[in-house]
Design a protein around this ligand. Structure first.
Ligand SMILES: Nc1ncnc2c1ncn2[C@@H]1O[C@H](COP(=O)(O)OP(=O)(O)OP(=O)(O)O)[C@@H](O)[C@H]1O
Ligand SMILES: [Mg+2]
Length: 269
């Protein structure tokens, strides 16, 4: 029987913002973990040479035998790169610093923008029954991020609640438009999520007001507060959801997951 809370086939979401340190990796890990708590099966693709999503989920560099680098540039089966994590139903394709040269190596490849798209559509993926695939992008609009946008159904944009937050968005939107025109006409914007929000800070409130007036419904109702437990969790190799399950950060990521699932159920209906 079909479950209305599950999209048909894996829904692929690129978590992107070329601005550094805005909460892309934190959102990828914790939204992923929150979706698994709803019983969903999730794959995180670490597409950042910094490998922060891999480290944050406790996969040490020595345990990253096959990575997104091999997935993109070598003929490797998905089964060889997908690893388990400490979280039930959450799998990972890790990354290492090797990926930093991929951007240049990809240039000479005729299918350079479609490599992740094709890799994630290998027939072997069906056996995992993933509901969501979340791609953690690097802080750049380079060929890696373009690969994520070509592979994805939608882009989720973490927006740090601070001055200049909205300024980088026009460049990001331009890239999304280019990808739509050239490679992925169906690419949607999943939404914008405010991160590191400090309710006592006027600036946070101003950024939220600006984002909601400029972007309307694209901004998720769920807002992620600045919460020290969120920033501590990766050093314990855990999502905040298990590190401190009742923390404000954990509650906020659960609210975001529920909102995402609701939105997608509506689209499917
Ligand atoms: N809600 C939060 N509360 C407190 N600290 C946070 C929160 N979200 C993220 N951080 C911290 O902010 C820093 C940047 O977050 P994160 O690594 O997720 O950003 P990023 O966009 O992935 O960065 P990069 O662009 O380098 O990949 C990290 O140290 C993280 O622990
Ligand atoms: Mg990151």
């Amino acid at each position: 029987m079909s479950d209305p809370t599950r999209p048909a086939g894996p829904k692929i979401i690129a978590v992107a913002n070329q601005k550094g340190g805005v909460g892309k990796t934190t959102t990828t890990i914790n939204l992923g973990a929150a979706l698994t708590e709803l019983g969903l099966h999730v794959l995180i693709v670490d597409l950042d040479p910094q490998g922060n999503a891999s480290t944050g989920l406790g996969i040490e560099p020595d345990d990253r035998e096959f990575t997104t680098y091999e997935l993109l540039l070598e003929d490797i089966d998905l089964g060889d790169v997908i690893q388990g994590t400490g979280v039930d139903r959450l799998k990972l394709i890790p990354a290492t610093v090797d990926l930093s040269s991929a951007d240049i190596e990809l240039m000479s490849n005729e299918k350079r923008s479609f490599l992740l798209h094709d890799a994630l559509r290998q027939t072997g993926i069906d056996q995992y029954d993933f509901d969501y695939i979340l791609i953690d992008c690097p802080p750049s609009l380079n060929l890696l991020t373009v690969n994520a946008m070509v592979a994805a159904h939608s882009v989720l944009v973490p927006l740090q609640s601070e001055f200049f937050a909205l300024e980088g968005l026009s460049q990001l939107m331009l890239t999304i438009r280019e990808v739509r025109q050239t490679a992925n006409p169906m690419l949607r914007i999943e939404g914008v999520v405010l991160t590191m929000y400090d309710a006592r800070n006027n600036l946070s409130q101003q950024v939220e007001a600006d984002a909601r007036s400029n972007l309307g419904d694209l901004v998720f109702s769920a807002v992620i507060p600045r919460n020290v437990r969120v920033s501590e969790a990766p050093s314990y190799a855990q999502p905040v959801l298990s590190y401190d399950t009742t923390s404000k950060g954990a509650l906020a990521y659960r609210a975001l997951a529920r909102e995402l699932v609701r939105k997608n159920a509506k689209i499917a209906a």
